[in-house]
Design a protein around this ligand. Structure first.
Ligand code: SAM
Length: 250
């Protein structure tokens, strides 16, 4: 019997109706190139395999790797290790990425995938509901922040449905939710590193105005964006404009 490991964020899906619902949202097609992050004991893996020629999975927990190998399924390609160190581009593209993600490292995983977005067709994940709400939040909302802006600048994002704690073993303390990401074909951001720097600085002190947060980087006469506002007032396109103005500043 495998004991759930907290340090690996292990909450295993146990509700077969929810699993079926997730599979129908993913809608796998035979020839899809797919990667499942954190297959665990295979709750989603086995149903996915029924629809696919091949499925790649990446799992960190050695004991679960042994379990996955015991399925003896030739269509299951098992990679052992940390997804944060995994070279996504070593898999064929366009890649569909799915998973019930370990919640303790969900943001680093999302940023790792963001950095490999050129390789990705779409992504369907289970995350903490609160994180999904932040990802899809619009400007003006208190939960709109760096994660919302960074994801929405590169993906169309949609919260699909909520999954209550009873659907897992062990039960997490919080609600979860399914979120869908589709890369934007031609993102308007020119340099992601500069964009990320400006977004991060802008939200570094949420209660202060942009003028304060950006004072060592940009002044009001260098941009058309009103810097007397707080970061949470700016739309994603405003942040893109702000970054463009920053790049042209001298
Ligand atoms: N997919 C399974 C399910 O729904 O029942 C398990 C989901 S569980 C929330 C997260 C899974 O991710 C666990 O199997 C855990 O061992 C794995 N995991 C945690 N950290 C990881 C990492 N850095 N790289 C790869 N897998 C990881």
């Amino acid at each position: 019997m495998h004991k759930a490991r907290k340090r690996f964020g292990q909450n295993f899906l146990s509700d077969s109706r929810v699993i079926e619902k997730i599979i129908s949202v993913i809608a796998p097609q035979k020839a899809d190139h797919m990667l499942e992050i954190g297959p665990g004991k295979g709750a989603m893996t086995l149903p996915l395999l029924k629809h696919l020629n091949k499925l790649n999975v990446i799992e960190i927990d050695n004991d679960l790797i042994t379990l996955l190998k015991s399925f003896n399924n030739n269509n299951l390609i098992i990679h052992q290790g940390d997804v944060l160190k995994f070279n996504i581009c070593s898999l064929p593209s366009p890649l569909r990425v799915v998973g019930n993600l370990p919640y303790n490292i969900s943001s680093p995983i999302l940023f790792h995938l963001l950095n490999n977005r050129g390789h990705i067709e779409d992504m369907t994940f289970m995350l903490q509901r609160e994180v999904v709400e932040r990802i899809v939040a619009k400007n003006g909302s208190k939960i709109y922040g760096r994660l919302s802006v960074m994801m929405q600048a590169f993906f169309n994002v949609e919260m699909i449905f909520i999954v209550p704690p009873e659907c897992f073993k062990p039960e997490p303390k919080i609600d979860s939710a399914i979120v869908y990401f589709k890369p934007i074909t031609k993102p308007l951001v020119k340099d992601i590193d500069v964009f990320e720097k400006i977004v991060k600085l802008s939200f570094s002190q949420r209660r202060k105005t942009l003028k304060n947060c950006l004072k060592s980087s940009l002044t009001q006469n260098q941009t058309s964006i009103d810097l007397s506002q707080r970061a949470e007032a700016l739309s994603v396109n405003d942040f893109i404009q702000l970054t463009n103005d920053y790049e042209k500043r001298y």
